[in-house]
Design a protein around this ligand. Structure first.
Ligand SMILES: Nc1ncnc2c1ncn2[C@@H]1O[C@H](COP(=O)(O)OP(=O)(O)OP(=O)(O)O)[C@@H](O)[C@H]1O
Length: 247
C-alpha cells in the first residue's frame, strides 16, 4: 500500500532581487520514499531545500506537513516537528564513538526520566546499533567518529538524525566529492534508510547514478519542476538532455 505525502511544498516562489530562484515549484515527499531532486546548476534545488527547512522565507506558495500549514514556522520549530537537513560538513562529536554519536542524537531531543535509565540506555543502544547496521557502520561502532571517511561521516549523521526523530530528511548533494562507486554505495544506503519509514528528499546532479535507488524523481529548470515521475523515465525524457546541453 502506498502512503500519502507527509510533506507537500506547493507553488513555491522565491526571488533574489530580479532572479526568480523558485517559480511555482511543487514537490511532495512520502514516508519510506527516496525522492530525488535533480536539475542543472542554478535551477533552484538548494533554494527549495532552504525554503522547506525554513532557512529562507518563501515569497509565495505554502508548505503542508502532516496536514498542517507550516509556511510561517521558524526553522527550529520545523526541526522540532521532524524536518531535518544535513550539512556539507558533518557536525559530529569526533572523539565520541560512532555508537555514542547516534545515541547523542536522541539525548539532545529528550531527557528520559532518571528511574529506569539503565533499561532505557540498553534500548537506545539497540536502536542506535540497528540504525548503524542500516547505514553499514555497525562494524565501526566502537571507533571514534573522527576515524570515519567523509562518506561514512555523512551516513553517521543521517543515522543520528533518524535517532533524533527526523521524519523528513533533506540532503543537498550528499554524494558530492565521492567517486561513482562510493556514490552508488551511499545511494543504496539511503534507499535502505528510507525503507525504515523516513521520507528522504535528496538533491543530486548525477541523475544516472541515483536512478536505481530513488523511488521518484523531480527535475527542475529555472525554478520550476519541469518533469517528474519514476527516475528512469525522467532521465530518458529528451528534455533532460536538451536542458543540460543548453546550459
Ligand atoms: N542568496 C542568494 N542571493 C542571490 N541569488 C541567489 C541566492 N541563492 C540562490 N540564488 C540564485 O537563485 C538561483 C537558484 O539557485 P540554487 O542555488 O537554488 O540552484 P541549484 O539548483 O541548487 O544550483 P546548484 O546545483 O548550482 O547548487 C540561481 O540563479 C542563484 O544564482
Amino acid at each position: 500500500m502506498k502512503s500519502g505525502p507527509l510533506l507537500r511544498a506547493e507553488g513555491l516562489v522565491k526571488r533574489f532581487g530580479g532572479v526568480k530562484a523558485l517559480d511555482g515549484a511543487t514537490v511532495e515527499v512520502r514516508p519510506g520514499f527516496f525522492t530525488l531532486l535533480a536539475g542543472p546548476n542554478g535551477s533552484g534545488k538548494t533554494t527549495l531545500i532552504n525554503v522547506v527547512t525554513g532557512l529562507l522565507q518563501a515569497d509565495g506558495g505554502r508548505i503542508i506537513y502532516g496536514g498542517r500549514d507550516i509556511t510561517d514556522l521558524p526553522s527550529y520549530e520545523r526541526r522540532r516537528l521532524g524536518i531535518f537537513r544535513t550539512f556539507q560538513t558533518p557536525r559530529l562529536a569526533f572523539k565520541l564513538t560512532v555508537l555514542d554519536n547516534v545515541i547523542v542524537g536522541y539525548l539532545q531531543n529528550e531527557k528520559p526520566a532518571l528511574g529506569g535509565w539503565e533499561k532505557r540506555e540498553r534500548e537506545l543502544a539497540d536502536r542506535a546499533f540497528q540504525l548503524l547496521k542500516i547505514v553499514g557502520l555497525d562494524h565501526m561502532w566502537d571507533r571514534p567518529a573522527g576515524e570515519l571517511s567523509g562518506g561514512q561521516m555523512k551516513l553517521l549523521e543521517l543515522a543520528r538524525a533518524v535517532m533524533s526523530g527526523a521524519a523528513v530528511l533533506l540532503l543537498d548533494e550528499p554524494a558530492a566529492g565521492l567517486n561513482p562507486s562510493l556514490a552508488l554505495d551511499l545511494f543504496k544506503r539511503l534507499r535502505d534508510l528510507a525503507k525504515t519509514g523516513v521520507a528522504l528528499l535528496v538533491v543530486e546532479h548525477r541523475l544516472d547514478l541515483a536512478i536505481d535507488f530513488a523511488d521518484y524523481a523531480y527535475f527542475m529548470h529555472e525554478g520550476k519542476v519541469v518533469l517528474e515521475g519514476p527516475p528512469d523515465q525522467v532521465f530518458k525524457n529528451p528534455l533532460v538532455a536538451q536542458i543540460y546541453l543548453g546550459e
